[in-house]
Design a protein around this ligand. Sequence first.
Ligand code: ADP
Length: 547
Amino acid sequence: MMYAVQGFELWLNIFTFSASTALGISVYLKNRQSWTNRLFMLLALFIDTYITVNYFSLHPPLPTPDNQLFWIRVVMFICSFIGPTLVLLVHTFPQTRVRMRLRYLIPMAGLMLASAAASLSPLVFQSIEYPGGSPVPVPGPGIPIFFLDFIGLFLVSFGILIFRYRRAVGEEKTQYAYFLFGTLISFSLMGISTVIFVVLLKTSAAVFLGPVFPVILMAAMAIAIIRHGLFDMKTVATKAFIIGIWIILFSKIFIAQTGTEFFIDLVVLAGVVFFGILLIASVNKEIAQREELSRLAASLEKANHRLKELDQQKTDFLSIASHQLRTPLSIIKGYLELIKDGAYGKPTQKMLKVLADLDMTNQRLVDLVDEFLNISRIEQGRTKYVFAPKDMDALVPDIIRSFGDKAGEKRCKLRSQLPKESMIVSMDEEKIRNVLTNFIDNAMKYSVVDERKECGDITVLVTSERGGVAVSVIDHGIGFSERDRINLFEKFYRGENVRMLNVNGTGLGLYVCKQFIAAHGGRVWAKSRGIGKGSEFGFWIPSKHAP
Ligand code: ADP
């Protein structure tokens, strides 16, 4: 039984030694220039030495009390370097250069050297006793120095980690979480098993477990340091598992009892290493692919952000430009009226014709600027809606009337189909007027695209539908394809159907309509049986507006 425990203990030491070395080397090789990685390697060296001397302290080469006391003192000596290295590592992480100020560095080095020196002298442990057969060193007056150096600095590194963890965001926060987890678990367990058991409970029964705990810390820190991008738990766990098996099999070779056992262990190790490498390679490939994906996602996000910014700038520009344009246009309009009315002398017929053209062009500009203003108000959430119950049956003929001349000019027949009863709906009349005007305007615009084509009838149909009112404008114009249908209500979208035509437009009208109708809690639609087959544009709004 005793033999089995000792065999296990030896194996445990070889295992932890190999694990710590493997972790130290792999982190160091990941970035040799970085002090974070260098300090980690240094910590691994101290821990390796600690594991070795800890074993000797329990099984001294010469089984005399003096010899045992000597090895125990060496353990304390080595431990004196662990606390300061940990603080420095935690403070440096994740930077590549040591940033700790000299005013902290020097006292810490002083404490470390004092503790190291005291550890080798009778100040920390003055003698050794064997109360229940197991060795228990007797603490000397210098033990507080050691405690300050080891436990004190452990607490300092813990404090730094908590401080940094709370301020970190994203990926870095996870890294600090690993550090915190590792430090907390390993040092508290190590403290309990070695210091508390030995000094307070006066038994070294748990000392042989000592090497396990720092390796937990090393593993957690290694993940934190080399973790990057999508180095997620699944891949870490796979790698750790494979490397763990390697280390177990590797350390088992050293405790083989017979030549055959040694040989079998060696063959098994070779096989497992081979397949492990294949598995790790495939995991690495997966990581690389995922990293590539996340890189692409990040650059897409950046591009998206930039596009949003540009969109915002465009809205701002629209807003400023249209505000600046609106006033002069109104002034021109005012003067044109005055000239037409003869305020500056009676205009001739020729002049009246020119004035009418000027008025029309000016009005087109006013409409355009109004559309821009609508857009910028919508985008900035500044559109004001005044809802009141209104009769759609009365509004539609009124709007049709307002098209009087224009419809005649284009030889369009504007008709309405209204239900008998009145259609009272809660709406912002001005906005609904805007929407319908837009639909009818478009219907005329996209019906007579060349002189030879007849405009045909344009029907405005009002029906009562599912607790609301539906209004649609049906024309016999150019129609549109399915591809256009999906996008017609998007900002700045002009259909493929108008690409070859010489018809002016901004692609903003329908977008504004959609926003106005959405604010009423309604919806818009566009239908066409295809190019050249006419279109239907409509909206539905509920009778009662729910704010
Ligand atoms: P604009 O008319 O200034 O181009 P709109 O937002 O009013 O902008 O319309 C967007 C697009 O929808 C138009 O460019 C056109 O392709 C299509 N469209 C709108 N109304 C009709 C219609 N009655 N018939 C066919 N296509 C239309």
